[in-house]
Design a protein around this ligand. Structure first.
Ligand SMILES: [Zn+2]
Length: 404
């Protein structure tokens, strides 16, 4: 009798998992999945091939290649596709990807979807479009968030060198906890007790204080996480005059910088830095019906040296609408998800600088890190693409028809 019950349960489970598998496949749109390429070289090639078709079609469009210097790889480029607005230059949309290298897998896919589904003659009559593909190609290719110099480009982007004198007072107090100076052993006692150790830190300092100290960016600890550098990285130096000259003729610039890893799993979050009330109002109108995280939630933090702010510095005399897109992966809005996220960031950085005890440790840390920024799930990939397409259908017309 007992055995019979087990068999029935087993059959039920099999039927259930089969139904789930069927359902999953039915829900996934292969057109969306085609936009994802699992490595930098393939994604770049696809972006360039698509761009070459655009060059044939649209007069004065340009494809610009920036070589990014490297000690280990002479084939790292930022690729820029610019399609000017036809006639009078009024509005420009910018889509930038891969400021955080590993997040380029998703950013590139979103850019390709935009190219295929939204770039057409009607659009170009009303706005110019600028795609900046893979701002940190080293990080994209080698699945790191930072540049080859361990620099977080979203803490390094600025037109003024003053940024690098910023003192993040909270950071030294947590540096020992977040930057262990030894080989990674995922099974060590301190790693197994990570959550407890983190909770002790939270009790001592409170979660918002801790989050701000870690994530704001820092300019003192070169091997530490969220290091913003001591000077402009080559990517930012090269991009500066190009963005400046492309933006010059336009009155209104709408910049969308594509990121992953922050927020609720499978959800697209809008995450701007604080701004003036006019810009806030304009963005609220464009994103009407969507929630923008303006900094009133508990899990909010501000950053210094971020890329959208840098593009704003280059366009001071214009109407500038900056928006950071964050595709959530690990539920980092919860304490549990947030601790898991920071743990993965810590271990990846630690292993890069101090090595791993075993190959198994290395493989696990790298796999967990990639999963945090580029989830393997087809459902996740499908959902964020679908949601983004629906979003663009709403926000592009609003941007085009607005009178700013
Ligand atoms: Zn990011």
């Amino acid at each position: 009798m007992k055995n019979k019950n087990y068999i029935i349960i087993l059959i039920l489970l099999l039927v259930q998992s089969f139904t789930f598998a069927q359902k999953t496949n039915d829900n996934v749109d292969s057109d969306y999945l085609k936009c994802y390429h699992n490595n930098y070289n393939a994604a770049r090639q696809y972006f360039i091939e698509n761009s070459n078709e655009i060059l044939q079609k649209y007069e004065n469009s340009k494809l610009i290649k920036i070589d990014v210097p490297s000690k280990i790889d002479n084939n790292l480029t930022i690729d820029i596709l610019y399609i000017p607005q036809e006639g009078h230059k009024n509005k420009l949309m910018i889509l930038s990807s891969g400021v955080h290298g590993v997040e380029g897998h998703v950013g590139s896919a979103i850019q390709l979807m935009f190219l295929e589904k939204f770039l057409n003659e009607n659009l170009i009559r009303k706005t110019g479009v600028l795609f900046i593909h893979s701002i940190n190609p080293y990080g994209y290719k080698y699945n790191r968030r930072v540049s080859e110099n361990n620099i977080d480009l979203n803490r390094n982007s600025t037109t003024s060198t003053e940024l690098y004198n910023t003192i993040n007072e909270g950071y030294p107090k947590v540096s020992e906890f977040i930057n262990p100076q030894k080989r990674v052993n995922t099974k060590s006692l301190s790693n197994r007790l990570f959550t407890i150790r983190a909770i002790m830190q939270i009790i001592r300092k409170s979660m918002p204080v801790l989050r701000q100290a870690i994530l704001q960016g820092q300019y003192q600890f070169e091997k530490g996480v969220y290091f913003g550098g001591k000077k402009q990285e080559p990517q930012i130096i090269s991009l500066s005059p190009i963005i400046d000259s492309i933006c010059k003729p336009y009155n209104t610039i709408f910049e969308m910088d594509l990121h992953t890893g922050y927020g609720e799993k499978g959800k697209l979050h809008f995450f701007p830095n604080p701004t003036d009330s006019i810009t806030k109002n304009n963005l609220e109108n464009i994103f009407y019906g969507y929630k923008i995280d303006w900094g009133d939630s508990d899990d909010f933090y501000t950053v210094t040296g971020d890329f959208v702010d840098f593009v704003g510095q280059l366009n001071k005399d214009k109407i500038y609408l900056p928006m950071t897109f964050e595709y959530g992966t690990l539920n980092s809005q919860t304490t549990k998800g947030s601790l898991e996220s920071i743990k993965r960031v810590i271990l990846e950085n630690q292993g890069t600088h101090y090595g791993f005890k075993t190959e198994k440790d290395k493989a696990k840390v790298k796999k967990d890190f990639l999963e945090m920024y580029y989830p393997n799930s087809k459902d996740w990939k499908n959902k964020i693409m679908k949601d983004t397409e629906e979003l663009y259908k709403k926000i592009i017309p609003r941007f085009l028809n607005s009178n700013f």
